[in-house]
Design a protein around this ligand. Structure first.
Ligand code: ATP
Ligand code: MG
Length: 574
């Protein structure tokens, strides 16, 4: 697990809100937050943002953050998703804590509370605060009306509690089909807040649950389940995204009912009333984030899976070579606000680059190889280069050097342009860490492409400087032909060609897929790279940041993914 360092010192509104509650003694001594993903997909950078807020606030106040799988909607959930969510959160550097509802501290399944939720629903019915309704979907909407005008009461609104209890129990017993009846909270059909107009709190769904099988054919709605989950776990601060702001009165209504039922957790003599606050969701340019759309790309084969390095999923970013620290730094820099906005993918990449520049070992790799022969060079020598010149403790590596080398095609020009200081006919260049060579000729293949560059070396220049002190401007990287290793290098670019792929609606986003988001090349890399471990990250000198692919890398057939290019004009506003 990556260690989370103290970072976000900004006093955003959520932090102030929690500070006030702590000061007023409303937390019973422990701030408790939760991250409540639905196990119906892999988590993405937007979730990572919520993870950083939920776990980050708990950490800042010395409290606990629960991981709660919000598995109240049985249709699309699975253990595979659940396991990956856990894995991804740990990788991001966070660990849930608290009591938990089973063997694992801090871990909860909302579905473990179904019995209690059912009981609460019966309590509401008995108290005349909920009733069964058999309006069809369309009728129900029509009765509910529009915000400007009061809605109409359902014909079943005043059914007796006894009759409601019978119907509800029959719903549970499976006597009705999906949609035939539902349970509604009896609140206020005239409320300007549409979510307050007798919202549905239980519905019939004859669907197996991934953990509970066919135990239930009625399932609680999110607006009912979520405050109950928070309350029963003793959560003090429930943070979610802005779209839930209009649901907050309903959240509070449910908490009030639980209070009346004496079901709120008491901690150190303080009754814990969970509270909800909302912050803007994270949006990112050049990608899409809804799980539904990500799933569509996976099932249609537009990408190679949830962990395709082009995906904005946490597992995709991991495979791409992004670091947990850079993702957290990005989330911090984006900040917590109440205004929806779009964050720049370039900022995320900048964070990745900043970190890798400090930590990644340097290696040489030639992605578009052309052979260079040093005609007057005999034998072999060894070049020693630091693993990372910015980190004195990083040590160095030995690189074999001999007569035949690979260099990058772009480092040789037959007719050098202005300001091109690398190789060309009769020109000198420095081979990084080795010596100065001069081009004395070149050959081309049948297609007119340069196939061989002939050079001689200045025998006094070993180490890199000319004996007579003359200046040689250009330095290029190289890989020794005799010992270099052939590797597959996957050059990833943005998945979409426009900042907002949803600009024409979510059924049109695929037309903006970037056809060049993946290019695969055969490269030669210095021998040390064959000894990389899957997932290891490197700077390929002068080229970019790369990582050994976690799935496909083999020492005898190395595969590297481009994480980010070396440079970008992007500069964050500080
Ligand atoms: P999606 O819309 O991508 O399918 P979701 O909101 O349905 O996501 P959940 O599993 O229900 O996914 O979300 C878990 C938590 O993550 C919620 O608290 C939700 O508010 C938060 N979250 C989801 N997407 C984002 C985002 N883009 N930015 C910030 N928080 C997010
Ligand atoms: Mg959801």
């Amino acid at each position: 697990m990556d260690e989370v360092k103290e970072s976000d010192t900004s006093r955003h509104f959520l932090r102030q809100w929690i500070e006030e509650d702590v000061a007023a003694g409303r937390t019973g001594g422990t701030v408790v937050t939760r991250f409540p993903p639905e196990p119906n997909g892999y988590i993405h950078i937007g979730h990572a943002k919520a993870v950083c807020v939920d776990f980050g606030m708990a950490r800042l106040f010395g409290g606990e953050c629960h991981l709660r799988l919000d598995d109240t909607n049985p249709t699309k959930e699975s253990d595979e998703y659940a396991e990956n969510i856990k894995n991804d959160i740990r990788w991001l550097g966070w660990q849930w804590s608290g009591a938990g509802d089973g063997k694992e501290p801090g871990f909860y399944n909302a579905s473990n509370m179904f019995d209690t939720m059912y009981q609460i629903a019966e309590n509401l019915i008995k108290a005349g605060q909920a009733y069964c309704c058999n309006l069809g979907q369309d009728e129900w909407k029509e009765y509910r009306g529009v915000p400007e005008k009061p809605g109409r009461p359902s014909p079943s609104r005043d059914t007796t509690p006894e009759r409601n209890l019978t119907i509800f129990r029959d719903m549970r017993a499976g006597k009705y089909a999906d949609g035939e009846w539902c349970l509604r909270a009896k609140i206020d059909m005239a409320s300007p807040n549409i979510h307050f107009r007798d919202p549905v709190i239980y519905r019939i769904r004859h669907v197996s649950h991934y953990h509970l099988g066919d135990k239930w054919c009625i399932y609680p709605m999110y607006d009912f389940a979520h405050p109950i989950e928070d309350a029963l776990e003793g959560v003090t601060h429930s943070m979610c995204t802005l779209e839930f702001e209009v649901h907050r009165p309903l959240y509070d209504w449910v908490v009030d009912r639980l209070d009346e039922m004496g079901m709120l957790v008491v901690r150190n003599g303080v009754k814990i009333r969970p509270q909800q606050r909302e912050f803007a969701r994270l949006n990112l340019t050049y990608t899409v984030m809804s799980k539904r759309l990500l799933l569509q790309m996976v099932t249609e084969g537009q990408v190679a899976g949830w962990d395709d390095p082009r995906m904005p999923t946490v597992c995709g970013m991991r495979r791409r070579g992004f670091t947990p620290g850079a993702i957290r730094e990005f989330c911090d820099r984006v900040g917590v606000t109440k205004v929806e906005s779009e964050s720049d993918t370039a900022l995320l990449e900048w964070c990745v680059r900043e970190e890798l520049n400090k930590t990644a070992f340097r290696r040489m790799a030639v992605l578009d190889p052309v052979k260079l022969v040093i005609e007057n060079f005999e034998g072999t020598r060894t070049v020693v280069k630091p693993n990372n010149p910015l980190d004195e403790t990083s040590g160095s590596r030995e690189i074999p050097f001999s007569r035949e080398l690979w260099i990058d095609r772009a480092d040789f020009q037959e007719n050098p342009e202005k300001k091109f200081f690398r190789l060309g006919p009769d020109r000198e260049v420095r081979l990084a860490g080795a010596c100065i060579v001069k081009c004395v000729g070149y050959e081309k293949d049948a297609d007119g492409k340069v196939s061989l560059v002939r050079c001689t070396w200045d025998e006094g220049s070993w180490g890199g400087n000319a004996p007579d002190g003359r200046k040689v401007k250009g330095t290029i990287h190289w890989v020794d032909c005799a010992t270099g290793v052939k590797a597959e290098v996957r050059l990833y670019d943005r998945l979409f060609t426009v900042p907002n792929p949803l600009q024409d609606g979510s059924d049109q986003f695929l037309k903006y897929l970037n056809p060049d988001s993946l290019k695969t090349v055969t490269a030669y890399v210095e021998p040390a790279l064959a000894a990389a471990a899957p997932g290891d990250r490197f700077q390929f000198e002068r080229t970019g940041y790369f990582c050994a692919d976690a799935k496909d890398f083999r020492p005898e057939a190395p595969v590297f993914n481009r994480t980010v290019t070396l440079k970008d004009s992007y500069k964050p506003i500080t």
